[in-house]
Design a binder for this molecule. Structure first.
Ligand code: UGA
Length: 491
């Protein structure tokens, strides 16, 4: 096989390639029907492909086949039902069926943080590949999508070579995914770029054929989807580098929030002002309780672990700081709570026994029911530990949050959560909270005190309604406590 030097040109004419199954378009399987795989399977069916979603979890497959998305993602339920009814989309637990069906098999299984350290757990990738490969009796392309440590694609290629029947000529490629929860359908159907990590012209052409529907939609809308064709290692690194950059951007602004708090400045205005510089950009400069979710936190840790293995740990040492800044923002809420409630903050944290705290938000971000490594839930847990009575309301995440943290009270409305509260903490910026009426809420609480952990409320409006307001990296508004700053001369 000739190895082509990767081309980095944008959209190229799609090679006219016949998929191994002989149809006009490749038939696609998605191995793993979690967030990544299920969303992709459904969206690619929507783009006209014949698709099979595969998972070892029978209940998940049963739900999907029945038209129920097992997680919350705006717009996805409707697309699932529509594509099940077209007959283009099916689900199975049978890897043999998947192997017989597919031309292109996408690996979409989870790569969580290992319990014994910072590295990624690749056991699900191994399980999926070794379950599929023995059944691959004809040529096929196995494409990695899961976020993995650099070097995984080569290892997957070896696993395939060892486990596939002799002569089946299965190839491997890597095409990382950049979808965001809450915008996942849009991100799959209208991606801002595609990355193809390939080792052969055939693999490259198959990927172009696989994404033809995405290119056609873009052309119809007078857009282009840039494609960066790379080697395996670069494709793998692109994904973790992107997430590391995003995490760094958030921690940068949160570090500025810490400085603003000490200096009496406002980080939201600072972010606005620096964001006008096109080199900096305004996106991902929202200071608050920090980043969470199933991706950024574990990805920056796995990236550091892999860099250490490669002997370049120092290059990513800053990511350790990024993680620490992120954790400190969670702790900041406890300091603000103690300050607002007039309680001392001892070495073991504040004693908030006897107080009632309403927590608004449990998910790691709005428009999701995901509570994995959620800053909101971590803060809730810490508030509960102070002895406070904590009542939580989240528009979508209650079931998942209750499983993760069963010891606090969950209620099903905003009004119920804040009734008789001594303090309200907004920890996820759901629209419902942004637009809550501080006057009406003020009539329900026992004292008008609010911590805006996502800087999503208007301090002027809330203070006009009589609330003591504390944001993240912003000056206190409402009744003031002792100043916590020192002048540059006396510092
Ligand atoms: C992230 C990336 O944005 C996606 O590109 C990537 O594909 C995905 O991880 C993944 O690896 O699968 P996601 O985890 O859905 O997507 O969430 P983000 O929108 O990136 O938000 C992550 C966290 O950062 C949230 O907790 C959010 O509240 C927080 N955040 C975000 C801030 O605190 N400030 C900001 O300015 C932006």
């Amino acid at each position: 096989m000739t190895v082509q030097y990767p081309s980095t040109s944008a959209v190229q004419p799609h090679a006219l390639i016949t998929p191994p199954s002989g149809g006009p378009r490749p038939r696609l399987t998605f191995l793993g029907t979690g967030y990544l795989g299920a969303t992709h399977a459904i969206c690619m069916a929507e783009l006209g492909y014949e698709v099979l979603g595969v998972d070892v979890d029978e209940s998940k497959i049963g739900k999907l086949a029945d038209g129920q998305v097992p997680f919350h993602e705006p717009g996805l339920d409707e697309l699932l039902r529509r594509n099940l009814s077209t007959g283009r989309l099916h689900f199975t637990t049978d890897y043999k069926e998947a192997a017989e069906f597919g031309d292109v098999h996408f690996i979409c299984v989870g790569t969580p943080q290992r319990p014994d350290g910072m590295a990624a757990d690749l056991s699900y990738v191994e399980a999926a590949v070794t379950a599929l490969a023995p059944h691959l009796h004809r040529k096929a392309l196995v494409v990695g999508k899961s976020t993995v440590p650099v070097g995984t694609a080569d290892w997957v290629a070896q696993l395939v070579a060892r486990n596939a029947p002799p002569g089946s000529e299965v190839e491997v490629a890597w095409s990382p995914e950049f979808l965001r929860e809450g915008f996942a359908v849009e991100d799959v159907i209208r991606p801002d770029r595609l990355v193809f990590g390939v080792k052969s012209e055939w693999a490259r052409s198959m990927l172009y054929a696989t994404y033809k529907g995405v290119f056609e939609l873009a052309a119809a809308e007078d857009r282009e989807v840039p494609v960066v064709v790379t080697d395996f290692a670069t494709a793998e690194l692109v994904k973790v580098a992107a997430n590391a950059f995003l995490a760094t951007k958030i921690s940068f602004i949160n570090a500025m929030a810490e400085v603003c708090e000490a200096a009496g400045a406002d980080v939201t205005l600072l972010a606005k002002a620096i964001g006008y510089d096109a080199r900096i950009g305004k996106a991902f400069l929202r200071a608050g309780v920090g980043f969470g979710g199933g991706c950024l936190p574990k990805d920056i840790r796995a990236f550091q672990a892999r860099a250490q293995e490669l002997g370049v740990g120092e290059a990513l040492r800053f990511l350790h700081e990024v993680d620490l800044i992120n954790q400190r923002r969670r702790a900041r809420v406890l300091h603000l709570a103690a300050e607002l409630l007039g309680r001392p903050f001892g070495p073991a944290g504040p004693d908030l026994a006897g107080t009632r705290i309403a927590v608004l938000g449990a998910t790691f971000k709005p428009n999701s029911d995901d509570v994995r490594d959620s800053p909101a839930l971590a803060v809730t847990k810490a508030l509960h530990k102070t002895g406070a009575t904590v009542t939580v309301y989240d528009p979508q995440g209650t079931d998942n949050a209750r499983r993760e943290l069963p010891t606090v009270t969950y209620v099903s409305s905003l009004n119920e959560a804040v009734r008789d509260a001594d303090l309200v903490c907004v920890l996820t910026e759901w629209e419902e909270f942004r637009h809550a009426d501080p006057e009406k809420l003020g009539e329900l609480v026992s004292a008008r005190r609010v911590i805006d952990g996502r800087n999503c409320l208007d301090p002027a409006v809330w203070s006009a309604a009589g609330w003591e307001y504390r944001g993240m990296g912003r000056p206190a508004v409402g009744r003031q406590t002792a100043p916590h700053t020192s002048s540059p001369e006396t510092a």
